[in-house]
Design a protein around this ligand. Structure first.
Ligand SMILES: [Zn+2]
Length: 267
């Protein structure tokens, strides 16, 4: 089975051979790719870059077209001179990308998809998803590393980013930060390791507790009174359960997610 490093080397070889060259020939046995090629031909596009991402090999073409292939067990990419005899059977061929100087052939690749930058980024998120709070063993060190890698971002946004940590939705984001007593608009760079650790431990604790209990309603206060189930979430203007200060509300981040907090408890 090809490991990440094998695919990395394949991508490097393909990049050296193909980058900057114009596609003169494209063939595939995948009907979806063939249909796309019929509508918006790959031939005539320039190959901009070939990279590996984990087990995936991605070929970027001009015109915001990206071909993503997964090697799985038996997939491989070969590079040949035009007219050179292939070292594998024709029946194993899945994709051919020809240029004037080189021909790249994918054999037995089970997964191949075309993407634009947006859909590729969404796929990318799946590949790079951060440590999962609900995993049997939560990787605190990796979560810390990923959070610290975003010093200029606001902590509430960082918690929602599934590439950093997986599993926190908007409600937990607000409740976790209240319980950890951290201001949602604080920049990661301005938070101590102790504060970040408290946030991570709180998130794990609240989320595990809610998975463990039977009812589907989320409870972060651990109160059994249904009207007392959240500290701040969806409580704009209502008194803080700790100090009585009215809960504040603002939209936050690129996606304008609702943020609720107590200015006094989360100073
Ligand atoms: Zn308060």
């Amino acid at each position: 089975m090809p490991e990440g490093d094998t695919i990395y080397r394949a991508a490097r070889t393909l990049h050296a051979a193909l980058a900057g060259r114009v596609v003169t020939r494209f063939e595939t046995v995948f009907s979806q790719l063939a249909r796309f090629d019929h509508e918006a031909p790959v031939a005539g596009r320039t190959i901009e870059r070939v990279i590996s991402e984990g087990k995936h090999l991605i070929i970027d073409f001009s015109g915001d077209l990206h071909l993503r292939t997964h090697m799985r067990m038996n997939g491989s990419w070969h590079i040949y001179k035009p007219g050179e005899r292939w070292r594998m059977r024709h029946s194993d061929m899945r994709l051919v990308i020809g240029t004037d100087a080189w021909v790249a052939v994918a054999f037995n690749v089970p997964v191949a998809e075309f993407h634009d930058a947006d859909s590729l980024a969404r796929q990318d998120d799946l590949v790079h998803i951060g440590p999962d709070f609900l995993a049997e063993e939560f990787d605190f060190d990796e979560a810390m590393r990923r959070i610290r890698a975003r010093p200029d971002e606001e902590i509430a946004d960082v918690l929602l980013n599934q590439r950093v940590v997986a599993g926190v939705g908007n409600e937990y984001k607000n409740e976790v930060l209240f319980v950890a007593r951290v201001h949602p608009f604080a920049r990661v760079a301005d938070l101590t390791d102790e504060q970040l650790t408290r946030i991570l431990r709180t998130a794990r604790k609240l989320m595990l507790a809610n998975v463990a209990k039977r009812s589907s309603a989320r409870i972060t206060t651990f109160s059994l009174d249904p009207s007392q189930q959240q500290y701040v979430y969806a409580r704009s203007g209502k008194p803080c359960r700790r100090c009585g200060t009215p809960i504040r509300y603002a939209k936050q981040g690129e996606n304008a997610r609702g943020t609720y907090w107590c200015e006094k408890c989360q100073a």
